[in-house]
Design a protein around this ligand. Structure first.
Ligand SMILES: *[C@@H]1O[C@H](CO)[C@@H](O)[C@H](O)[C@H]1NC(C)=O
Ligand SMILES: *[C@@H]1O[C@H](CO)[C@@H](O)[C@H](O)[C@H]1NC(C)=O
Length: 390
């Protein structure tokens, strides 16, 4: 019974398989196993840098008498047939032992980006597989679409632009060349905020401020070195403003007195000193005139040698540029070295003399005496005023 069933199944299987076996030519079956070429592995997708060499490998088993061709997939342009290059000197083919057919492209151009087909001339239909290459291109700044140096009036809206080519598309980063933080303001905003850098192809500077003046770098970078940068200078024009730290200066006769004004302006100013609203002072044995410049700030310094009664009076520091003119006023008084009850009132002025007295350390002690006298004077005055109001 058991044997009978087994026989039945064998016969049934034989019937089922018979038609298939019948139409198969045993020769073809053998060839398929032994002679028909097969791709060993995919070509794969790869990335190469422009100017270098791209290598694509097509690994084939059992190539036999068949031939291998490489084509550009996009337009089916034949690049090579077996060991022969069909197109151009930038292409080459070689057999990498024992069975990998390599297509090499060198030097690589951006337009080589795309897919490539490895074909075997099997019959009746070709066998083929595809692999793609991406060509990386380092960033390059497009000068025509990038800002040149900019000159703006203070409170103007300014936008600095920077465009770059490259693949993958480059990132544009802005920062100050001096590595200081950048001051930025939201459109319509009032307050500045500070950032190390800003990312974007446009750098909006809303209502530009003098403190934003300077050299900016737009840096274009992608995964391909080197990153490139362009330097853009932003100048912010505004008329001079003069600040006088000490408007009233007292000094003892015989000392050297230093008068100072701070000027802010751009473009650069022409600065000078006037005495009693008339005479322009010139550098020489009596006056030493100096300037310390840093960006848009100028510290104007006038040193009066051997302060005498003739030097008492009004001094003006005057600053002009193409956008305007501004001046500061200083008054110079004499401080009597040995205060009497009367001179205490004069010391009222001496209280503001720091700048002038600094020049000669010998007087700093007497200055303290003056200040103390002045304080007593002040307290007495306050006491008197208080009594009167009561
Ligand atoms: C290779 O790249 C092509 C085109 O970019 C894409 O269609 C394909 O899916 C990629 N193949 C692999 C294996 O990533
Ligand atoms: C700056 O931009 C703001 C907002 O767009 C605008 O209201 C203002 O008039 C602009 N200022 C100048 C000087 O163009």
């Amino acid at each position: 019974m058991k044997m009978l069933r087994k026989l039945f199944w064998t016969v049934l299987q034989g019937f089922v398989l018979l038609p298939t076996i019948a139409i198969r030519d045993s020769n073809i079956v053998n060839r398929k196993m032994a002679d028909v070429p097969q791709f060993e592995k995919p070509i794969g997708n790869q990335t190469f840098h422009i100017g270098r060499e791209a290598v694509l490998g097509c690994s084939i088993d059992n190539l036999g008498k068949h031939k291998v061709g490489w084509l550009r997939a996009e337009d089916q342009t034949v690049l090579s047939l077996h060991e022969r290059v069909v197109l151009g000197p930038r292409y080459s083919v070689n057999l990498d032992s024992p069975s990998t057919w390599q297509l090499r492209i060198r030097p690589l151009r951006a337009e080589d980006r795309g897919c490539y087909m490895c074909q075997i001339n099997t019959q009746p239909s070709m066998k083929w597989q595809i692999g793609c290459i991406d060509v990386y291109v380092p960033p390059d700044i497009i000068n025509e679409e990038t800002s040149t140096d900019v000159s703006a009036q203070e409170l103007d809206n300014v936008t600095l632009s920077c465009k770059a080519t490259g693949h993958p598309p480059p990132k544009i980063t802005w920062r100050r060349e001096d590595h200081e933080q950048m001051l930025l303001k939201k459109i319509g905003g009032r307050d500045f905020y500070k950032v190390e850098s800003y990312v974007g192809s446009s750098l909006p500077l809303y209502r530009v401020d003098r403190r934003q003046m300077g050299a900016f770098l737009c840096i274009a970078s992608n995964d391909v070195p080197p990153a490139v940068s362009k330097r853009i200078i932003l100048n912010v024009n505004f008329p001079p403003t003069v600040i006088v730290p000490n408007q009233l200066l007292g000094a003892p006769l015989g000392t050297d007195v230093v008068l100072e004004c701070t000027v802010e302006a751009y473009p650069n100013t022409i600065n000078y000193w006037l005495k009693n609203r008339g005479e322009m002072l010139l550098d020489g044995p009596k006056y030493v005139i100096g300037e310390d410049r840093s960006s848009y700030k100028v510290l104007m310094k006038l040193t009066i040698k051997q302060f005498s009664k003739h030097d008492i009076g009004t001094y003006n520091c005057v600053s002009t540029n193409s956008l305007g003119k501004s001046e500061g006023t200083l008054r110079l008084y004499e401080i009597k070295l040995y205060p009497s009850s009367q001179s205490a009132a004069e010391v009222n002025v001496g209280g503001l003399t720091e700048g002038a007295v600094k020049q000669n350390p010998a007087f700093s002690d007497s200055n303290k005496v003056f200040s103390r006298t002045f304080l007593i004077f002040l307290l007495v005055t306050v006491a008197v005023v208080e009594r009167e109001t009561m």
